[in-house]
Design a protein around this ligand. Structure first.
Ligand code: ASP
Length: 288
């Protein structure tokens, strides 16, 4: 169940557009209506930025922050827990201008990982910071301590941990088989892609990853060209089992196909078909 919001408006001459998703996966706290309403609010926050003539990068960040702050979604507060019972958060922001990109991986105690990723883009010469180093960087940028674990997610984790044998099966430790048999484990990542009045494109994606992931596992979300990508041709955000998205560099592939003359729709269709054919993958992608 992938929830998406969509908003376009012709502001001056340049059309603005923003699309967002609330992730793949079956389980989330709250009702479907709650999730749709939360998505509407988040899309509106981003659209407002674009409408005022703001940058696509600001718009996708505004949308993703709203989704990270809502515990319904698997990002920021309310992200899924890893095998050891704590959150490790991944996020990425990218702008088409000069392929500017910033990312964080396996970040533990921060409220808005997407904003830390943006600081990596703005304040460092690096593309990605991970683990302890990412956390230290977040603190020095003024992001305070925040435990993203919610009661609902912890209860879900405890329940699954308590019947691990039943849930995993004896020989199904491989992620592929595990997720196929238990699609409820796939997260509910959030993401947004937008184009602004200046014609710049941007994408932002944030996630807690997949439930019961091994400590230290990093998925597709913070990898530019895998779970998140923006170029002059397309900006895209992916959700679903990250390992397939990493292997296929799906969001970059969409951009390349558009650069070669394909429509966005055709490019996305081809990439999703390839993901299905090559990996039988449970992946969803949004793009502008
Ligand atoms: N793509 C995310 C990851 O593998 C999970 C998700 O989108 O549900 O970390």
């Amino acid at each position: 169940s992938c929830i998406s919001g969509f908003a376009t408006q012709r502001a001056t001459d340049m059309p603005i557009a923003l699309i967002a998703h609330g992730g793949a996966g079956n389980w989330r706290p709250g009702s479907e209506e709650d999730a749709i309403e939360a998505m509407r609010v988040a899309v509106e926050a981003g659209r407002e930025v674009l409408r005022r003539g703001g940058a696509a990068l600001d718009a996708v960040c505004a949308t993703v922050v709203a989704l990270e702050d809502n515990p319904i979604f698997n990002a920021g507060t309310g992200a899924v827990l890893n095998f050891d019972g704590f959150c490790e958060l991944d996020a990425c922001v990218m702008e088409s201008r000069e392929a500017r990109v910033g990312a964080v991986a396996a970040l533990r105690r921060v409220k808005n990982p997407v904003l830390v990723a943006r600081k990596v883009l703005e304040e460092t010469d690096h593309v990605m910071l991970a683990g302890e180093g990412a956390q230290r960087f977040a603190r020095s940028m003024g992001f305070g301590d925040h435990d993203p674990v919610t009661r609902d997610r912890h209860a879900d984790w405890k329940d699954k941990k308590g019947r691990l044998d039943e849930v995993l099966g004896k020989h199904s430790l491989k992620m592929r088989r595990f997720l196929k048999e238990h699609p409820e484990y796939a997260g509910g990542t959030v993401g947004a892609a937008a184009v602004d009045r200046q014609g710049l494109l941007a994408a932002a994606t944030s996630t807690g990853g997949v439930t019961m992931k091994l400590v230290g596992r990093v998925g597709d979300t913070p990898i530019a060209g895998a779970g998140n990508y923006a170029s002059a041709h397309a900006a895209a955000s992916a959700t679903g089992t990250g390992e397939f998205v990493m292997r296929s560099l799906a969001t970059r592939a969409i951009s390349e196909k558009v650069a070669a003359g394909a429509t966005l729709e055709a490019a996305m269709g081809e990439v999703l078909d390839e993901l299905g054919r090559d990996y039988d993958a449970d992946v969803g992608i949004i793009a502008v």
